[in-house]
Write a protein that binds this ligand. Structure first.
Ligand code: SF4
Ligand code: SF4
Length: 442
């Protein structure tokens, strides 16, 4: 019977971690629906990029207040993982404060956890005030209603509850230590929770129930939080690292060429090429699709971008198209891409990937991202520069535009005119090549 809590804890842990692993597999399956792209070059630069941006939070501090608060919450998250390790060992083996043997160092650790937990609480309150009282415009755009809005708030409330339980657990533990209760080893330093302890009843049994209750709720809360991540923008806690590692390191503004188009142009330029030649056996190219109309036409990095987006809206706040009232919001592009990918994932869960590849589900990304949004983009790269986790909304916009132009001939009239001019006159203007320099004589 005395092993019951340990067994219960083990079952809880297996259930919580098992569900998380199941969702991670689903996540990885969905990302791998994207096209292959080689990002295995410049490994040293990639490590540096990841260390500076994901680990060092270098882009977050461009907006100092939000950056500082975010760093506190981020360090709190890392620290809490060290504490969780102790909880897991204690839970499985029925020990209490198993790391207490570290003496002074343990005291220092617990003391710093408490100060951080307190700072996290303060940061979360300030985050809440910025969002709900000051109503910063980027948190109140039209794409930030229903689930995206609730998700952001849920996580703030989660943090408050988890940090509160942690401090309450320590406060009760401190009280029990003062009373010399059996099992409660004299360990830890409690710079914050000792004040909470003074508000608690001075009854050993009551304190025991408070400590155990807070301990259990704290670990259950952490497991719920872990599993909530998959459904939340807070997946960036995990994905920011691979996302920055596999980011596009090319200079901004350099676009890739479609291999099939390059080949076609080379053939056109080659005087010896026979445009009617039948390809030799085994050399036939599968006729690929130009650009992207759905998530499976995007690369796996673009799909990972969509899952990593924190919905912070920094991109949209600097987007000139968005600022001038156009329909485009780079944040919405990422959110719609993720929503569509999730929709495809659910279809595959039911019908299988083969069924999706063969007949699709009758929908596409173009059902939610409108042509008006796509053509509003000036390709200025401001969104890419601003994104704190190296997301590239522009690449998705460009791939979808390619589809509209090359597969649907659906470019706006002005662009069609410009492209016809380039084709006929070798320049975007309506003049013949001979007249191109006439302006200099005027
Ligand atoms: S590249 Fe396009 S989406 Fe990004 S900021 Fe510029 S206009 Fe907006
Ligand atoms: S793309 Fe980047 S900047 Fe834009 S909302 Fe997502 S995380 Fe924020």
């Amino acid at each position: 019977m005395s092993y019951l809590p340990n067994v219960l804890f083990a079952l809880l842990l297996i259930g919580g971690v098992g569900f998380f692993v199941r969702n991670v597999k689903k996540l990885s399956r969905n990302i791998s629906l994207g096209k292959d792209i080689d990002r295995s070059d410049r490994i040293a630069d990639r490590w540096k990029h990841m260390a500076a941006i994901a680990l060092g939070q270098s882009k977050m501090v461009r907006r100092p207040i939000a950056g500082l608060l975010h760093i506190i919450v981020y360090i709190g998250f890392i620290i809490i993982n060290i504490e969780v390790l102790e909880i897991i060992i204690d839970g499985l083996f029925g020990t209490h404060r198993i790391f207490a043997f570290a003496g002074g160092f343990y005291n220092f650790l617990i003391g710093s956890f408490e100060i951080l937990a307190f700072l996290v609480l303060l940061s979360v309150i300030i985050f809440w005030i910025r969002r709900m009282v000051l109503k910063l415009p980027r948190f109140w755009s039209k794409e930030m209603t229903s689930w995206p809005k609730n998700d952001a708030l849920n996580i703030l409330y989660f943090e408050v509850v988890l940090m509160g339980l942690f401090l309450l657990m320590n406060a009760a533990d401190y009280g029990l230590q003062q009373m010399g209760a059996i099992h409660y080893v004299q360990a830890g330093s409690f710079p914050v929770s000792q004040f909470i302890a003074s508000w608690l009843p001075e009854n050993e049994l009551t304190l025991f129930y408070i400590e155990r209750g807070a301990w259990w709720l704290h670990i259950i809360g952490i497991l719920i939080f872990l599993n909530y991540l998959y459904y939340s923008k807070h997946l960036h806690i995990l994905l920011a690292f691979p996302n920055t590692f596999y980011a596009n390191l090319e200079p901004q503004g350099r676009f890739d060429n479609l291999a099939s188009v390059t080949k076609e142009v080379k053939l056109m330029m080659d005087p010896d090429a026979d445009p009617y030649a039948v390809p030799e056996e085994g050399e036939e190219d599968e006729v690929g699709k130009f650009g992207a109309s759905d998530v499976t036409d995007l690369s796996w990095v673009q799909l990972m971008n969509a899952y990593t987006c924190t919905e912070c809206g920094r991109c949209s706040s600097v987007c000139p198209a968005n600022q001038t009232g156009k329909e485009l919001s780079p944040r919405a592009i990422m959110m719609k891409t993720r929503d569509r990918l999730e929709e495809v994932g659910r279809f595959i869960d039911k019908e299988g990937e083969v069924a999706f590849r063969e007949k699709g589900d009758g929908k596409s990304l173009l059902d939610t991202i409108s042509e008006a949004e796509l053509w509003a983009c000036t390709s200025c790269n401001a969104c890419v520069t601003e994104c704190p986790v190296s997301i590239d909304p522009l690449s998705i916009i460009m791939d979808m535009r390619r589809y509209l132009v090359m597969e649907q001939s659906a470019a706006p009239q002005e662009l069609n005119l410009m492209m016809t001019n380039v084709e006929n006159n070798g320049a975007p203007w309506q003049y013949s090549q001979m007249d191109r320099l006439n302006w200099k004589d005027e």
